[in-house]
Design a protein around this ligand. Structure first.
Ligand code: ADP
Length: 320
């Protein structure tokens, strides 16, 4: 391998830039030629790429988003698109690819690996919904962004004795919702991983806490559960408490990455290039606790994980 391409794919996440920076600088340090590919697999198919030097990644470690842009590419899900992608890599002189994204992006890169272009995947998504890793780039920043906004909501919710139903992101996973619920001191959290019952989980709980003098209520709803407005409407109709829905939305995808996202993204970007240098191809880098790990892409795509039951219990016990 002489030349490594790097791209970001799928949804953007704060810290992707820190990962790109680490990949590029580690690659250059080890004597590789580095190519940045813009707009994910779309950019690869269109040849949107440029050679990167040490200064190409200056001043980006603190920036959210991704300087390489990201896009979804339907064509890349087809055999023809994948054949064309491998051909493009050869045309552009790209011998291996580092892909920062989620499972879908790894499937795309694996298709290239089957066509002779080795790959390494890094987990980039705010949702933390990648089975082979405890942590994904952007997750920490997104949680802190959501938390900051819910803290602000708490002030006004409390002043007016209201109920705030707050929808946070996370696709079909409740990692952001659970952690943010604990950290914001929410009264209840609705998670996609757990069936919920309006009467038992919300209305009875409101009634119970009202008896102890509670007059304002914050309820976190995971994106995968959804319906924040309907839930707020129902609470208002059934309890008479002034209830508002707030959907935090894509603000959670932006912003300057936290220290944790920057450090982990830097370490994983470094590791991606080390693996390629050692001839360890077609692997996904992740973290188990505080330690870097990596798995063969086929194995990584089969792995699953679930919410920590202790954290769920912590949340249920103290959110009252
Ligand atoms: P993520 O990487 O976050 O899971 P997506 O599922 O949107 O996000 O995937 C990003 C891109 O990866 C897609 O737009 C597509 O180009 C490519 N991709 C997704 N799934 C596959 C697949 N099964 N085979 C090949 N490429 C895929």
């Amino acid at each position: 391998i002489k030349t490594i391409g790097v791209l970001t794919s799928g949804g953007d996440a704060p810290g992707m830039n820190a990962a790109v920076r680490a990949v590029v600088r580690t690659g250059l340090h080890k004597g590789f030629r580095m190519i940045g590919i813009q707009r994910g697999y779309n950019g690869l198919l269109n040849g949107e790429c440029f050679e990167m030097n040490l200064r190409s990644v200056s001043n980006i470690i603190s920036a959210g988003g991704t300087i390489l842009y990201t896009a979804r590419c339907l064509e890349f899900k087809t055999k023809e698109g994948q054949d064309k992608g491998a051909e493009k890599c050869r045309e552009l002189g790209i011998d291996a690819l580092v892909v920062i994204g989620g499972d879908g992006s790894y499937r795309g890169a694996r298709a290239l690996a089957h066509r002779g272009i080795p790959m390494i995947g890094l987990p980039g998504t705010i949702d933390n919904d990648i089975g082979c890793t405890d942590y994904t780039i952007g997750y920490d920043t997104a949680m802190n962004t959501a938390l900051e906004m819910i803290d602000k909501l708490r002030d006004t919710t409390q002043s007016h004795d209201r109920c705030s139903v707050v929808e946070v992101m996370g696709r079909n996973a409740g990692y952001i919702a659970l952690n943010v619920a604990i950290a914001s001191g929410a009264m209840a959290v609705l998670l996609p991983e757990k069936e919920f019952d309006m009467q038992r989980d919300i209305l009875d709980k409101i009634a119970e806490t009202q008896k102890t003098g509670k007059r304002h209520f914050i309820i976190i709803v995971a994106e995968g559960v959804g319906h924040a407005q309907e839930i707020a409407n129902e609470i208002q109709a059934r309890t008479g408490i002034d209830s508002r829905a707030t959907i935090l939305g894509h603000v959670q995808r932006g912003g300057s990455p936290t220290l944790r996202d920057r450090v982990n993204a830097s370490a994983m970007g470094y590791q991606a290039v080390c693996l390629l240098e050692q001839g360890k191809y077609n692997r996904i880098v992740g973290m188990k606790g505080e330690k870097l790990v990596d798995y063969p892409v086929d194995e990584a795509l089969e792995m699953t994980k679930s919410l920590d039951p202790v954290l769920v219990d912590v949340c249920n016990t103290i959110s009252i």
